[in-house]
Design a protein. Structure first.
Length: 281
């Protein structure tokens, strides 16, 4: 049985996934990207292989995606984040659907049709207020680890609001609320509401909504707020943080037939030129 792998080289974390021919996840890994993207990709891939009990020689094809997808020298080809997140989400949830991906440095909204083909997308890259780094900044201001923010927010009793969409201004606003004696739990929940509003403002959400990314994986409060905003259950598929790498592994298995405009087709295991970045803009 064939084995396929995907590596998502992000600006903050690098993720790797190994799957079988049926798309079943055999092994995963998440490591810090740091300043050496190639080293991070090598480490993530080796850890995912170890988790899967598989050697490099047992993998038919590896595809890369993400911010540093061209820094993965062992990859047989690459696809954009939009393609891979859409492909991964469509594997788990039948379309039409809208995919919300909230990462450390950007947020994406990807609209797919019933066949999983990408119809449109929107991205937030100009401001950190709609990304995981916003939560990092809020946690820093509150003097806690980001991982503890969700637990703290669950204790909220008063509905506060951070009116600014800007991380810098929101931080200043948070300090004002702290000086006014507002409870940390209420401030934590206010941060989640601010992030939710920023994401919801990116597009109109109808039908099935799927959420992926590290923020979704570790902050269930965010998922609950998104569900409340769209008035429907927001579906979180397995391995939401590794969804980009999972989609890249599917691309390796399928020969990288794109789920978006300007699709190209390659046989699995070949080494085509890396996909252009026009649909990442």
């Amino acid at each position: 049985m064939g084995r396929y792998a995907g590596v998502d080289s992000g600006s903050w974390n690098t993720k790797a996934v190994v799957i079988d021919e049926g798309g079943n996840v055999l092994g995963t890994s998440v490591v810090r990207s740091g300043a050496d993207l190639t080293a991070a990709a090598e480490r993530a891939y080796d850890e995912a292989l170890a988790s899967a009990g598989c050697a490099r020689t047992g993998v038919t094809a590896v595809w890369s995606t993400g911010f540093g997808r061209n820094a993965v020298p062992f990859a047989n080809g690459s696809r954009t984040e939009l393609d891979c997140h859409g492909r991964g989400a469509a594997f788990h949830v039948k379309g039409p659907l809208v995919v919300i991906d909230i990462g450390g440095q950007d947020a994406k909204v990807i609209r797919l049709d019933a066949q999983g083909q990408r119809l449109s997308h929107r991205m937030n890259r100009k401001c950190a207020a709609g990304t995981g780094s916003f939560l990092d900044e809020i946690a820093l201001r509150l003097g806690i680890e980001t991982a503890a923010l969700d637990v703290l927010a669950a204790q909220a009793t008063e509905e506060l609001e951070l009116s600014s969409f800007c991380t810098v201004f929101a931080g200043t606003e948070l300090l004002t609320l702290i000086r006014a004696g507002r409870r940390p739990a209420d401030l934590a929940m206010a941060a989640y509401r601010s992030l939710m509003k920023r994401v919801i403002a990116m597009d109109v959400f109808e039908g099935r909504v799927v959420a992926t990314g590290g923020v979704v994986a570790y902050h269930p409060t965010m998922v609950a707020l998104l569900s409340e905003a769209v008035r429907a259950e927001v579906i979180v598929p397995p391995y939401p943080q590794e969804m980009g790498a999972f989609g890249a592994a599917l691309a390796a298995r399928d020969g990288a037939v794109s789920v978006g405009p300007g699709s190209v087709s390659h046989r699995a295991g070949t080494a085509p030129a890396a996909e252009g970045s026009d649909d990442d803009a």
